[in-house]
Design a protein around this ligand. Structure first.
Ligand code: FES
Length: 128
């Protein structure tokens, strides 16, 4: 797709690539139907977001290489492409830490139980 856009618009490929990798809503890999984004900023980290991330990865059978608990950008998709789990540096909602976005809805003061309830609700949405 990047090649196609670069050719059709006469734009250097590197410029197309830089736009595609700058904006969070563009992805270079296929994404899941449902997205769960866990904030790994300082406020959320101190309120337990690392445990939320690890629990979610365990729940969905996702594995990642590298710094699992860091604030580095992470994007993992389940093999059935039902869920994509991402991290973000800060949602700007630090007073609600830890913050998790599920399918573009922001949830504050999330704990492992409430996150699991959200995941279970998605799983039971008519087999989607
Ligand atoms: S650090 Fe999580 S919302 Fe700011």
């Amino acid at each position: 797709m990047l090649d196609y856009i670069a050719t059709k618009t006469g734009t250097p490929w590197a410029q197309v690539y830089s736009v595609a990798t700058f904006y969070a809503l563009f992805n270079l890999e296929p994404q899941g139907r449902h997205t769960v984004c866990i904030c790994r900023g300082t406020a959320c980290h101190t309120r337990g977001s690392r445990n939320l991330l690890e629990r979610l990865k365990l729940e969905l059978g996702l594995r990642s290489d590298g710094e699992e608990g860091s604030a580095d950008k992470l994007s993992l998709t389940t093999a059935d492409r039902r869920f994509t789990v991402r991290t973000v540096a800060c949602f700007g909602q630090c007073a609600l830490a830890p913050v998790v976005e599920v399918n573009h809805s922001i949830f504050g003061h999330v704990n492992e139980q409430s996150l699991q309830r959200e995941i279970e609700a998605i799983r039971h949405e008519g087999g989607k």
